[in-house]
Each structure stands twice: as C-alpha cells, then as structure tokens.
Design a protein. Structure first.
Length: 178
C-alpha cells in the first residue's frame, strides 16, 4: 500500500499539529455554544475523531453520507444523500466536517439542503482545500491545509475505498488510478 504513494504531502506530525491548532480556534469561536459537528462520511472519520478530541467546548456529533464521486476520481455533479442526520438542527450551530473541499459541488448542495432546516448557523471545516478544482461558489470557514491539484490519499481520504488508513496524506501514483 505504501508503495502506491508517490510522495508524502503532509506528515502525521504536521497533520496532528494543524488539527490541534484548528481545535483551539474552533473552541474559541464556539465558546458558550454547543455546536453539532456533522461529519461527511466516509472521508471525515479520521480527521473528525482527532478534531473532536482537540475541542474544549461541549459538542454533539452526527454524520451524513453524501455521494457525488462513486469510485471515480472526479465528481459526477449529481449529489445523493445516502445517510441523513439523526438530529433536529433547527436553531443549532452546525459545523460541517469534511476531509477535502474540492469542486465544492457536494458541500454547496449540502449547505443549501441543511439551511432549509433553519439552523442558527452553518460553518464548514475542511482538512484540505483544493482551490484549483473549485467549480461551486463555496469557501471553508476553517481549513487545515491548502492542497495542490493532485490525487491524494491517506488520513481518511481514499481511492476506491483503499488507503484511508495511511497516517499521512500522500500523492497516489498515477498508474494506480489510470
């Protein structure tokens, strides 16, 4: 599996340090509130687990599964809600946790979908922001790292459901996904 990675972009240590910093910033911003962290499965699970432990404010956790990729390497543009929230979000402060903000199509759709339920606020926290591929008008409120336009895996990010368990984020060799 490690032989399929061309190079490492972000090491385990760099990720841990940045997640701690994000946790401090989010904790300050949500002081006195109890946000609902909404993780977008499956890619968020590693990042969200580490981030939630870095928070010093009370929070609730829920998950959604949203698909627009299938097993491919780019968004199909058709967003499908596979698993919806269990919690009522009216009047709640929502913090969407995502592994990567890429084209923005999925998150833009999701934000609009959740806004219909009248939350107090919706913010987005992404580990990686790949601005070069953005086609929807959406920005992250909290971002771990800017990400070059490369096919990356690890720390929750996958290719065809593989590589999520790598402790770092690296570039997948093109011959693996071509």
């Amino acid at each position: 599996m490690k032989n399929d990675v061309e190079r490492i972009f972000f090491s385990k240590e760099e990720i841990q340090k940045r997640v701690e910093e994000l946790g401090e910033q989010i904790s300050r911003d949500y002081e006195g509130k109890q946000p609902l962290l909404v993780g977008i499965l499956k890619g968020c699970f590693v990042f969200m687990a580490d981030l939630s432990r870095a928070l010093t404010v009370k929070c609730d956790i829920d998950f959604m599964a949203v698909s627009s990729y299938g097993n491919g390497t780019s968004s199909t543009g058709a967003v499908k809600i596979v698993k919806d929230l269990n919690a009522d979000i009216e009047g709640r402060h929502i913090l969407i946790i995502e592994d990567i903000l890429d084209s923005g199509i999925t998150l833009n759709y999701l934000r609009g979908y959740l806004e219909q339920r009248k939350p107090a606020s919706i913010k987005i926290c992404t580990l990686l922001d790949k601005k070069a591929r953005r086609s929807a008008d959406i920005q992250a409120d909290y971002c771990g790292f800017d990400c070059p336009d490369a096919f990356i895996v690890g720390y929750g990010l996958d290719y065809a459901e593989k590589y999520r368990n790598l402790p770092y984020i690296g570039v997948l060799k093109p011959e693996i996904y071509s």
